[in-house]
Design a binder for this molecule. Sequence first.
Ligand code: NAP
Ligand code: ZN
Length: 362
Amino acid sequence: MMTNYPTKELLRMTTQAYGAHAADKPIEAIAIERRAPGAQDVQIEIAYCGICHSDLHTVRGEWPGTLYPCVPGHEIVGHVSAVGGDVSKFKVGDTVGVGCLVNSCQHCASCGEGLEQYCTNGFVGTYNGPTADAPGHTLGGYSQRIVVDEKFVLKVTHPEDQLAAVAPLLCAGITTYSPLRHWKAGPGKKVGIVGIGGLGHMGVKLAHAMGAHTVAFTTSESKRQDAHALGADEVVISRDDAQMQQHAGTFDFILNTVAAPHNLDAFTNLLKRDGTMCLVGVPASPHPSPSVAGLIFGRKAIAGSLIGGIAETQEMLDFCAEHGIVSEIEMVTAQQIDEAYERMLKSDVKYRFVIDNATMSA
Ligand code: NAP
Ligand code: ZN
């Protein structure tokens, strides 16, 4: 049964959040306001929120254009607490997720094809995006509650006790699932995943589940065993030239999730003729220019990919529920977010930090 809330209860709600007031300021408790749910809105009490490296890039001003106060977080899971009068897909009590997008123009060619992340008029990110709501930019999932148009809300069907480990699927999951599908990872394909962090560990699980011969590339010898357990058929220490050379010219597709500038040629050398390396990491400063000849002699491509559209995000969640796939997580309190960032910078994350949002009321 749909619960439609009377106007009396549709008041803007003060919500506890965690964020920063400037690039050089710590993450701290901030009280924010959420809009009252409009006719098409779903109000969600957030149970858990994953910590993505993009949160760190944004809140610390590593990418241009951060607006403050900045409340990051786009790996959101929780329960519906109110719905607007026109909401048809959700009801109070439903378990739901919100990823990196909360709106888009809905009428450009990309939106028409369900690729809202490539909206030509600009999608609205879950944080740091334009909105009429105070303070004029969106505030994300490091908060106890969020109000989102139902078109951008996902259904979660995993068992309830896996909810925290589902949160990272909303960004790390879809950002790896979408390019793996686009470049047709599957049986008979040799697929590399570079960087075994939040995105990369999901990439290994998903490429394996899709049936590809999956090779994990890591700079961390300590992750070798884990990478096999995640589903890698082979593990290569990318700083070891001899190990790298053994794979020269053999990959159909490589998904590179590294968040720091590095030598891309080391990986394009491993592609077959017509192979593609897709970059999803967005380092704060550029990679050294790749060798053009290395691409020409082999018709190889370096590509990019941005998260995934809403329909594909739902497809990914359903695929993961069906295959029993969740993220490997380490739970942290809201007060430990900065500490989690420092560990993430040292590649010391196994493999995604997830905030227990209940700790925000402490
Ligand atoms: P993460 O958890 O920090 O993982 C990155 C991994 O890269 C590290 O764990 C490490 O793995 C490896 N690495 C780090 N520094 C390296 C270096 N100098 N050289 C080689 N490898 C290095 O980060 P994440 O959350 O997965 O995000 C990764 C990147 O993707 C970030 O830039 C983020 O902003 C971006 N991102 C993009 C999209 C998109 O739509 N395109 C979406 C989400 C995030 P090993 O220890 O295995 O080497
Ligand atoms: Zn993210």
